[in-house]
Design a protein around this ligand. Structure first.
Ligand code: SF4
Length: 244
């Protein structure tokens, strides 16, 4: 694979009052209807992850982005095989483990990513002063949605049905509450298929995986676990809100 080396774009996106959770601003008519998304979902059932990415690129072109958490680069590996220049977005909350930032740097070297890093401002709400909902809103949801509002019609997510029971029925194609088309190319991959792909393609792996972290988020809200129960453990919270 050949690729142009892209310097990462660092976008400062939270310009609100200090310490407040900025409201979600992206609400708009989707470029597909719900019926069209359901038809695409049926069409792509049984397709390979590469075929799903190719369909999304053909349908949305440069208005398609990929969000990455840098736990493993499985989706990045697949998507950049189809289009080396696809925009990859990383939400730098300010609370990532050093291992995650290291995985991002290694991924830049490996894939020459067209990477956009979104950051909140220095006074954005934090988990200690404002709680997890306000913190995720200010540091994840709001920066992403401000970036996407003029920038994208669709996004690729790496969630899988095997992640946990709450994701067991996740579709391949849907319209999210923002009005964006959400495409999940690896949603049907079992754990065994996922591990086999990662080994065969030697994807970049966050070293926390080897320390017992099955799911990796921000350090204040992540404990070692064999499943996603290590995220916001004991709080009842299971999602940051990006996947609603
Ligand atoms: S996961 Fe925790 S630290 Fe990270 S943005 Fe959400 S509440 Fe804040």
């Amino acid at each position: 694979m050949t690729s142009t080396l892209h310097p990462p774009i660092v976008a400062q996106t939270n310009d609100g009052m200090p310490g407040t959770a900025q409201p979600v601003t992206l609400r708009r008519r989707a470029v597909m209807t719900a019926d069209e998304a359901a038809a695409a979902d049926r069409l792509l059932t049984g397709a390979t992850p590469h075929e799903i990415v190719a369909w999304a690129l053909g349908r949305f072109g440069r208005r398609l982005v990929l969000t990455a958490s840098f736990a493993e680069t499985t989706l990045i590996d697949i998507a950049t095989t189809v289009d080396p220049d696809i925009e990859v977005i990383f939400l730098d909350t300010g609370f990532h483990f050093p291992e995650t930032l290291n995985a991002m740097r290694r991924s830049m070297e490996r894939y020459a990513l067209n990477l956009t890093v979104l950051r909140p401002d220095a006074s954005a709400a934090d988990v200690w002063a404002s709680g997890t909902e306000a913190c995720c809103e200010a540091r994840k949801k709001a920066p992403l949605e401000r970036h996407l509002v003029d920038h994208a019609d669709a996004w690729l997510s790496g969630l899988r049905r095997a992640d946990d029971a709450a994701r067991a029925d996740a579709p391949i194609v849907s319209i999210d509450r923002r009005g964006l088309v959400k495409v999940n190319p690896i949603v049907a991959m079992s754990d065994a298929e996922y591990e086999a792909y990662n080994a065969e393609h030697d994807v970049v792996v966050n070293t926390l995986r080897y320390d017992g972290y099955a799911s990796i988020g921000c350090w204040p809200c992540t404990e070692p676990s064999t499943d996603r129960s290590g995220r916001w453990a004991g709080s009842g919270k299971t999602e940051c809100g990006l996947h609603l």
